[in-house]
Each structure stands twice: as structure tokens, then as C-alpha cells.
Ligand binder design. Structure first.
Ligand SMILES: CC(C)(COP(=O)(O)OP(=O)(O)OC[C@H]1O[C@@H](n2cnc3c(N)ncnc32)[C@H](O)[C@@H]1OP(=O)(O)O)[C@@H](O)C(=O)NCCC(=O)NCCS
Length: 336
């Protein structure tokens, strides 16, 4: 059985910064409300004409990760792309990245697990490396939220939270036993599927049907719906459970954590987990203040930034954890 490790990381966010004050010009909101409830100060949004899409941003992050992994694009054996905001209904973004980066005919898979997407994608990649089937796997999380949000007051409880961006990792077969991904743990609970969802357009809610069902346009299923407090309560429970599950499976304890990188859902959720586990500030990495919630991209962006800032060093125990729509949740325990 082989082990996988992260050999290269990269991230990309569009240049256009949108502050809370900018949003308050579009809808009835304000900086104080957004910061108090979410910790978010600003986020990046794709600007019309800047050339970015979910797959293009993913490819930009991937190119950096490949360079840092010291491999060639031709060494990539598999592409796993996590997103809830693909460029097209089909095909997926994985094949588009393959085309943009001119990668050979390796397989490409899209993962649809929203905020847990990167952990799910990492877990899929880890299994393929463990079995010896593949050696180098490109794992990407990328989102274009701004293209699909309701920027009127009606959509304010959702649209102030999300931002655009991409992060990527090259997962490689590890040469040192014990170094790399120690475990991943994944869960889902479909009974809460619609508590955080985008119903259509889809095969079940096609455009004419949506218009017929909503002649007044007041309940619009082509914008995301989120039951905020319900999501919050489940998130704090599931984050804690899945971190403990991962630690226990490896005979580790909370005190062994050197760096926790939670999915950047809401600063209040991260702070709750930090307090519950009594972790000092230097052991939890948050950057939601600058990027908002970038869903599948949030963990790889944060991981890249933490690594670039020298906050993760060889031998450190790094814990990744996520919760999101589905509901889905998961953790990855990594010895760096
Ligand atoms: C979304 C969230 C920030 C909302 O905070 P909340 O404290 O639950 O706020 P509520 O939805 O109860 O709304 C409180 C009030 O603020 C208002 N409000 C909602 N969005 C607002 C905004 N952007 N600006 C100003 N006021 C807003 C509401 O209309 C409501 O007004 P009312 O009391 O007059 O009805 C919070 O529920 C949350 O973070 N949930 C988890 C979300 C999450 O993590 N999602 C990603 C999961 S991966």
C-alpha cells in the first residue's frame, strides 16, 4: 500500500475586490452586520471581461501547483475537480482544465460535494495513489459564485457570504513512510439536501416550469437557498465530530494538531471550533476575512496561503475539515 502527500500547492483569485460597502450600494446591508455575523470584510468577484471562469481560475491555480511540485504537466495521471459552479451543465470542469493546460488523455473527474468538495476530491485522489494505480494527481477546487447570486436585498443573507477563487494541489506518491495523508473521513446526510441548495435550472426545474411556478418571481429557485441557522448548528457539530474521528483513527489527540484549516464557511464557525478544542490562534488558519466563503476552493486557497506564509513546516500535523451542502462533511489528517 502506498501513501500520498501534497507535493505542490497553488491558488488564484480574480483581481476585482468587492468590499462590504460595495455590496451595501446594491442591497440593504452594511459592513457591521456582515462582519459581526460572518467575519467577512471583502471578497473577490470575477469582473465581466477579465477572462475568468471556474475552469480558467482552476487551471491558473493548478499551473502554480504543478510548477511547485516540480513535475511536468505530462506527469499528471488524473485530474479531480471539485466545484458547485461549473462553467457548463456538462461536461465538467476537469476536462476543460485538461484542455487549457494541454494535459494528455488522462482521466478527469468532477466532484459535486460543494463546501466539502475539496476534501472529497482529495480523498478520491488519495485512494488512487494508495492502490498504486496513479502517481501524480491534480486536485482542484474552484468556484464562480458571483455569476449566480442574487445581489438584491432579497438575496442578501446568501450573497454577502460567497466569493470567487480557486486552489489546487498536486498529490504524489510519498517516498517517506508516515509522511503525507494519514487518513480521510467522509460523511453525508441527504435528508437535509434542500436546506442549502440551488434547485434549478435543472432537469427537475427547467426554465419554463420555474417561470410558470413563480409568476410573481418572489420564490426564485435559480438562486441558492440557505437555511442559515440550521446550517450553522449542523456545521459546528459535524466539524467537531469529523475532526475527532480523524484524530482517533490515527491514535492522535487535539493537542497533537499543529495547524487546523477549516473550510472557510463563516469565521464564527471556525472560532466556535477553536474555542471548543482550546486551540491557540497560531494553530487555526482563517482567511475568510479577505475572500468570503469560496466553497470547494476555500481549503486549498487557505492551505496554499498558510504554506506560503511559512505557517506549515515539515513534520507538522495538519488537519483539514469541511462541512456543507448535502449535507456533506469530511476531514483529512496530514503529516506534512
Ligand atoms: C447566514 C448567517 C450569517 C445569518 O445570520 P443569522 O444570525 O442567522 O441571521 P438571520 O438569518 O436570523 O437574520 C437576522 C436578520 O438579519 C437580516 N439580514 C439577513 N442578511 C442580511 C444582510 N446581508 N445584511 C443585513 N441584514 C441581513 C435578516 O433579514 C434578519 O432580519 P429580521 O430579524 O428583521 O428578520 C448565519 O446563519 C450563518 O452564518 N449560517 C451558516 C452559513 C454557512 O456557514 N453557510 C455555508 C455552509 S458551508
Amino acid at each position: 500500500m502506498y501513501q500520498s502527500k501534497i507535493a505542490g500547492l497553488g491558488s488564484y483569485v480574480p483581481e476585482n475586490v468587492v468590499t462590504n460597502d460595495d455590496l451595501s450600494k446594491l442591497m440593504d446591508t452594511n459592513d457591521a452586520w456582515i462582519q459581526e455575523r460572518t467575519g467577512i470584510q471583502e471578497r473577490h468577484h470575477i469582473k465581466k471581461g477579465d477572462g475568468n471562469t471556474t475552469s480558467i481560475m482552476g487551471a491558473k491555480a493548478a499551473k502554480i501547483a504543478i510548477e511547485r511540485a516540480n513535475i511536468s504537466k505530462d506527469d499528471i495521471d488524473f485530474i479531480v475537480f471539485a466545484t458547485l459552479s461549473p462553467d457548463y451543465y456538462f461536461p465538467g470542469c476537469g476536462v476543460q482544465v485538461q484542455e487549457i493546460l494541454d494535459i494528455n488523455t488522462c482521466p478527469a473527474l468532477d466532484v459535486r460535494n460543494q463546501c466539502s468538495g475539496f476534501i472529497y476530491a482529495l480523498s478520491v485522489a488519495d485512494q488512487f495513489i494508495k492502490t498504486g494505480m496513479y502517481k501524480n494527481i491534480l486536485v482542484i477546487g474552484s468556484e464562480n459564485h458571483s455569476g449566480g447570486l442574487d445581489f438584491t436585498t432579497r438575496g442578501r443573507s446568501v450573497s454577502v457570504i460567497f466569493g470567487d477563487g480557486a486552489g489546487a494541489a498536486v498529490l504524489t506518491r510519498s517516498n517517506h513512510n508516515g509522511q503525507g495523508i494519514l487518513s480521510t473521513h467522509l460523511h453525508s446526510e441527504g435528508k437535509h439536501a434542500l436546506e442549502l441548495s440551488l434547485k434549478g435550472p435543472s432537469t427537475n426545474h427547467w426554465v419554463p416550469e420555474i417561470i410558470a411556478e413563480n409568476p410573481q418571481g418572489d420564490d426564485i429557485p435559480y438562486y441558492p437557498y440557505m437555511n442559515g441557522q440550521f446550517v450553522f448548528k449542523h456545521a459546528i457539530t459535524r466539524f467537531s465530530e469529523v475532526i475527532m474521528e480523524g484524530l482517533k483513527a490515527n491514535g492522535l489527540e487535539v493537542k497533537d494538531i499543529d495547524m487546523l484549516i477549516p473550510h472557510q464557511a463563516n469565521l464564527r464557525i471556525s472560532q466556535f471550533i477553536q474555542q471548543k478544542f482550546k486551540l491557540s490562534d497560531d494553530k487555526v488558519y482563517n482567511n475568510i476575512q479577505k475572500y468570503g466563503n469560496t466553497t470547494a476552493a476555500s481549503i486549498p486557497i487557505a492551505l496554499t496561503e498558510a504554506w506560503e506564509n511559512g505557517k506549515i513546516k515539515e513534520g507538522d500535523l495538519v488537519v483539514l475539515a469541511a462541512f456543507g451542502s448535502g449535507f456533506t462533511w469530511g476531514s483529512a489528517i496530514i503529516e506534512w
